[in-house]
Structures are given as structure tokens and as C-alpha cells.
Design a protein around this ligand. Structure first.
Ligand code: PHE
Length: 361
């Protein structure tokens, strides 16, 4: 038998099979038949020992060269098959982007987002800009700088979510109100200051009018002459604009906050009949905000001179505003992500609140 002729024939046969292989499986079978442990080329390699020494060398070289040519041919074919498979898949999975969207996927703007925009719009018109602060706060910004020292009873009322203590004994917390933004703003902005800070706040509390995460809008005005009359006027103007009526009844109640002196809370007249909350009727009241003249200690903590500067602050419950204005009786439903609820109370993304165009229209 002429060994070299035999190899040529073998090579021609394998190359033809490789060329014909229609998928990776068929290619793998050919690889095993040629180069696998019991494959034809491997078997011939094993038989080299039986050849006379002068033939052994040239036959060995020829087999090695054949082996690498077959391996290369298989690799090249594999690449071609891969490209073909990809092209076929791309063809099959083509998306027709001109198809109309499915109607059931229409989203809506959450009432809290809508009310947030309404409030920003009203205060922007009054000359306020929007400030922000972090949700995760230090004890200093959330309490101490706001005139609430470590043992102050007001801390208990806040049902604070704390993080684990750090090595130095301090612990971060989820801000219980937006008031820390008062301090951060005084630190970063020279007076006159006129800001609102809408955002998320957190307290460990849950019932019809409380949820562990809720929203507030802080307001801070600091300059040299601002007084209680300005505060009251601002709140009245805000409520008239927000509820889109002149007849909303507000109740100013003397109250106490460590960071304001004097302090007052504001309630809005409403009724809760038949599982519905309605503003401007009945004889119930819903508390919507706390307010007062900024305490001198707070102004000092913010790095300003309380002998020179004074002003007012208030914090409004944004979700409560939404409940009142849009007649939503249970606060907990706001955050349950129930699609039926969202469809019912949500707003179209085209309903951007503007004072000129109407807030809720
Ligand atoms: N931070 C107070 C609260 O969460 C509200 C408030 C803000 C009161 C500003 C007075 C001034 O209850």
C-alpha cells in the first residue's frame, strides 16, 4: 500500500465532508471521525511504530501536516456556520417597529408626581427655587442642627429608621422629614434664601393617613425682615392656588417644633363621608403642614448670624395634599402599585400642570 496516496484520498474525503457539514453537530462528528482518539488520523499515528524507521519519519510529518490542515478546515467551516446561524436568527427575530403599541401598556403619572409638579409650579411663581438633600442623613442634619439634642423627646415622635452603628459609634438614618435641607441650604447659599425642597421622607408608621415612606415639601425663607405675616400670607396663597378655589377653609393651630418659634400647624377643612374625602365641606380637619419662624439656634447651626437673619419655614405633607385634592381616601393605596388604582387616579403625561393652563385640568 502506498501510504502517501492513501493520505491524499483521506484528506480529500474529509475536506469534502467538512464542506458539506450543515451544522455544528455534523462538523463535530467529522472532527471525532478524523482527529478523535479513535479517529482515522489518530489510528494511523498509532501505527507509525510498525513502519520501518526510514518511512516512519516522513509518514509522521505527513500525518502531522494533514492533522493540522483538517483542524484548520474544521475551524474555518465552524466560523462560516456560526455566521450563517446568526444571520438566520437575526432574520427570524426581526422586529417591526412600525407596528402600533398595544393599548393595555399605556402608563400614567402617579398622583404624587402630579401634585409634586403642581406644588413646584405654584412656588416657582412666588419666586422660590427647588433645593434637594439626601435621603440617608446624619444625626446632625436630621436632628441636632434642627435644635433637637440627643435626649430630646421629639426624637421619639419621629419613629426613625436607623442604619447599623459605624465603628465610631455614629449611625446614619433615613431622614424623617425634609427639614435637614434647611441646614444644607443655609450652609451653601448666602441669604436672601427662598427655597422649597420636595422629596421622600421615612418614618416607621402605617395607617390610613401614614405610610413608612411619604413625601414632604419643605420651604425656607431667610432674610433680614421676613415675619409671621409673610408666612401666613404665603400659606394662604398656596392653598388657594393649589385647591383652585378661594373658599378653602384653613385652621392655624398653635403648636410646637424644636426648630421653629413660634410654631403653628395648619389643617384643611374636609369631610370623610361614604369612604370619600372631600375638601371644603363637612366638619373634619386634616393636618397638612407644620410651620413657624426659624429658631435662632437653627440659623446659627446653618452658619448664619441669628442677630441679623430671620425667616420662616414649613413642611407640607405632599401625599396628604394629593388625598384631599383628588379625593383619595387611603394613603396606603398610593404605594401598592395596583394597576387599577393607578389607572383610576393617574394622570396623562400630557397633563402638565401650569398656572396659566390650569393645575389639574
Ligand atoms: N419637619 C416638620 C415635620 O416633619 C414640619 C415642619 C417643617 C415644621 C418646617 C415647621 C417648620 O413634622
Amino acid at each position: 500500500m502506498n501510504g502517501k496516496d492513501d493520505l491524499q484520498e483521506l484528506e480529500a474525503r474529509f475536506l469534502a465532508e467538512i464542506e458539506k457539514a450543515g451544522d455544528e453537530r455534523a462538523l463535530e462528528d467529522i472532527r471525532v471521525a478524523a482527529l478523535g482518539k479513535k479517529g482515522e488520523i489518530s489510528t494511523r499515528m498509532k501505527g507509525l511504530g510498525k513502519l520501518p524507521p526510514e518511512e516512519r519519519k516522513s509518514m509522521g510529518q505527513a500525518l502531522n501536516a494533514l492533522k493540522s490542515r483538517i483542524a484548520e478546515a474544521i475551524a474555518a467551516r465552524r466560523e462560516v456556520l456560526k455566521q450563517q446561524a446568526l444571520a438566520a436568527r437575526l432574520e427570524k427575530e426581526r422586529v417591526d417597529v412600525t407596528l402600533p403599541v398595544r393599548p393595555e401598556h399605556k402608563g400614567s403619572i402617579h398622583p404624587v408626581s402630579h401634585v409634586w409638579e403642581e406644588v413646584v409650579e405654584i412656588f416657582a411663581d412666588l419666586g422660590f427655587s427647588v433645593a434637594e438633600g439626601p435621603h440617608i442623613e446624619t444625626d446632625w442634619y436630621n436632628f441636632e442642627a434642627l435644635n433637637i439634642p440627643p435626649e430630646h423627646p421629639a426624637r421619639q415622635e419621629h419613629d426613625t429608621f436607623y442604619f447599623h452603628r459605624k465603628d465610631d459609634g455614629t449611625r446614619m438614618l433615613l431622614r424623617t422629614h425634609t427639614s435637614p435641607v434647611q441646614i444644607r441650604t443655609m450652609e451653601s447659599t448666602p441669604p436672601p434664601i427662598r427655597i422649597i425642597a420636595p422629596g421622600r421622607t421615612f418614618r416607621c408608621d402605617s395607617d390610613q393617613t401614614h405610610t413608612p415612606m411619604f413625601h414632604q415639601v419643605e420651604a425656607l425663607v431667610i432674610d433680614e425682615e421676613t415675619h409671621m405675616g409673610h408666612l401666613k400670607w404665603t400659606l394662604e396663597e398656596f392653598c388657594k392656588a393649589f385647591f383652585e378655589t378661594d373658599s378653602v377653609k384653613m385652621r392655624f393651630r398653635a403648636s410646637h417644633f424644636p426648630f421653629t418659634e413660634p410654631s403653628m400647624e395648619v389643617d384643611i377643612n374636609c369631610s370623610w363621608e361614604g369612604g370619600q374625602v372631600k375638601v371644603g365641606e363637612g366638619d373634619d380637619w386634616l393636618e397638612i403642614l407644620g410651620s413657624g419662624m426659624v429658631h435662632p439656634n437653627v440659623i446659627r447651626a446653618g452658619g448664619l448670624d441669628p442677630e441679623r437673619y430671620q425667616g420662616y419655614a414649613f413642611g407640607i405633607g405632599l401625599d396628604r395634599l394629593a388625598m384631599l385634592k383628588y379625593g383619595i381616601p387611603d394613603l396606603r393605596a398610593f404605594f401598592e402599585a395596583d394597576l387599577r388604582w393607578l389607572r383610576h387616579y393617574g394622570f396623562s403625561f400630557l397633563q402638565v400642570p401650569t398656572l396659566a393652563g390650569g393645575l389639574s385640568a
